[in-house]
Design a protein around this ligand. Structure first.
Ligand code: TRP
Length: 338
């Protein structure tokens, strides 16, 4: 166990998880949990940054996210599920890192810039808590001295910053931190059912891991099959466009029958299959994929005390490591007075 490399990665507790989370992150995590010592963080501090008025949602989602993680097969015996704010050392390390980060460097972070632009366009206040979140995220990663961070591509800028602050710390105070690397998943981002670049709750274009078969069917039925709006396909006899077609992107990602997918693509391009048949097959494929997840999810939903115990146990494990790291940091920085 101890000679294994470490992973820290996480999610913000702002709702139930969907197929985009699965493809961009969870699938990768489930595979990596056997090769690495993993810490999976539920980042509630970070969620407050732009969801301060949704405290109920955050509170509910901490348990929901843990339930979804268990349902997809993350194993709490192998890995630690951690509640960020229950390990206040996350905040403490972020405080130290903020001393090593210049405002100019911070303002150049492209992910942060894009998100600030988004919040401003919605007339939302930008709190310092939000503005500082990349620093807090670097602290998340370096507190357990993680080597590897499996994330979506939008997070790569934060890992770059994390490496940078670790390098700066080590140079100034001596080697304390490894320089962690990012690893991006199989499909960096899954389009929404409406064809927009990102699947998200606020766009109402997501298929959730917890959706029942009828809900999946309904969401697929309403799915957009022409992203450009320039190739409206009115009849099954019209040749259709397969590239960038959300229905086929989902088939490629989730249909366990590649022969069926190849055949559907061929017939679609030739104009010998209807949109509704492509969607029926997709509904079946998604339900085949989701059924075992749903079954496990139902069990954990009936046993919330088990899920809470998993969270508390993982949080305790990380906290012990966090306290050691903070002791190293204080020694190195000479923040020791007694
Ligand atoms: N920012 C990540 C997201 O929105 C969540 C997160 C918080 C995270 N702390 C992290 C991811 C540390 C990787 C490592 O999905």
């Amino acid at each position: 166990m101890s000679d294994q490399q470490r992973i820290l990665t996480g999610m913000r507790p702002t709702g139930q998880l969907h197929l985009g989370h699965y493809l961009g992150a969870l699938e990768n995590w489930v595979q990596m949990q056997h090769e690495y010592e993993c810490f999976f963080l539920i980042a509630d501090y970070q969620a407050m940054g732009d969801h301060l008025d949704d405290i109920d949602l955050i509170q509910r989602s901490v348990l929901d996210v843990a339930t979804d993680w268990l349902a997809v097969g993350l194993d709490p015996e192998q890995s630690s599920f951690v509640i960020q704010s229950y390990v206040p050392e996350h905040a403490e390390l972020a405080m130290f890192f903020s001393m090593l980060t210049s405002l100019n460097q911070h303002r150049r972070n492209p992910t942060l810039r894009a998100e600030i632009g988004q919040l401003e366009s919605e007339n939302q206040a930008i709190t310092l808590g939000f503005f500082n979140y990349p620093i807090s995220q670097a602290a998340d990663i370096l507190l357990p001295k993680a080597h590897l961070v499996p994330v979506g591509e939008d997070q790569v800028a934060h890992i770059e910053y994390t490496r940078d602050v670790a390098r700066r710390f080590n140079r100034r105070y001596g080697e304390v931190f490894p320089l962690p690397r990012a690893r991006v998943g199989r499909v960096p981002r899954l389009v929404g059912t409406d064809g927009q670049a990102k699947m998200s709750k606020s766009l109402n274009n997501a298929v959730y891991l917890a959706d029942d078969p009828d809900t999946v069917q309904e969401r697929v039925r309403r799915m957009v099959t022409d992203v450009t709006g320039q190739n409206p396909r009115l009849r099954a006899a019209d040749p259709g466009v397969v590239e960038y077609n959300p229905a086929f992107l989902y088939h490629d990602a989730f249909n366990d029958n590649p022969d069926e997918v190849a055949e559907l693509k061929e017939r679609y391009a030739a104009g010998t299959v209807s949109d509704s048949e492509v969607k029926e097959r997709l509904t079946d494929a998604l339900n085949r994929f989701l059924e075992p997840i749903r079954e496990r999810r139902a069990w954990y939903e009936r046993h919330p005390d088990y899920v809470r115990d998993v969270l508390l146990a993982g949080t305790e494990r990380e906290r012990a490591i966090a306290q050691e790291t903070i002791a190293d940091v204080r020694q190195a920085m000479r923040v020791v007075y007694t």
